[in-house]
Design a protein around this ligand. Sequence first.
Ligand code: ATP
Ligand code: MG
Length: 301
Amino acid sequence: MSSEAIVNIDIQGKLPKVASGKVRDLYAIDDDTLLFVASDRISAYDVIMENGIPGKGALLTSMSKYWFTYLPQHVPGLKTHYLSDHLPEAITDQIALKKRSMQVRRLRIIPIESIVRGYITGSGWNEYRKSGTVNGIKLPAGLIEGQKLPQPLWTPSTKAEVGGKDENISPQKAREIIGDEKIAARVEELSLAIYKAAAERAEAVGIVLADTKFEFGLTEKDEVVLVDEVLTPDSSRFWPKETWEQNLDKAQPSFDKQFLRDWLTGEGLKGMEGVTVPEDIVSKTAEKYREAYEKITGQAS
Ligand code: ATP
Ligand code: MG
């Protein structure tokens, strides 16, 4: 892994920038194709940290590519936005971008975050503690934190603009936002099927996929396609299977940014702008990301 984090991507104006998210910058290659570049930026609680995690962008891109190949082989009918990992002609000289970039189909994004939870934790646990529900869905009494749910749940959230905060919503509300019954049903069906396939793969390598977030786009013919990044430590909670049971009712150790979240909470910095993450938290977080990558893909980082 490179030692310096790249927080600002610079492609010297060679392609028009379409959007810049918390982690990724998107450039137009042509009307139908985007260059999707993952920086080393890291966000937690919807706020971007001042410094990045060296090598993170490349890891997230490799991991997403792994899943974009794996998933269509395991989820019947699944299409993804992934096209290739080649740099477009305009920037072939920018080797530093290669590992962190992919070419994807440019699609209309469905404006919800399609979250699936197999285990109860995080904001799901917070809601359950107060009301016995998760995203308004009634659950059996007596669940403990970290417990496996009777079945994986589709627990969507809104997709806030940069600077905003995503809010958990009921499946019914998500269907209303999507605005088309058939498309909404497909989004839910695919989300649960992808979660199941991924959770099985993760389990086989000793990882519990506690929850994860997908995004979907629509083709001109309204076909639902998996987009964005997928099943990375940024969008998922990965727990070591070995220690899951002994850590029920407690915070689970995890291969993801939970480490950073816990540090922020502990320091009273949760949700604050302008935070610089100290070197030891940066390197521990990088180590967690690497571990997740190596375990899931079976490849050295
Ligand atoms: P979000 O919460 O929307 O993911 P973010 O700040 O996390 O915001 P990034 O992940 O940094 O965003 O940037 C990726 C952006 O690209 C997202 O807004 C996502 O909806 C969008 N996107 C992903 N895939 C495609 C695609 N195939 N076509 C168009 N836009 C896409
Ligand atoms: Mg994102």
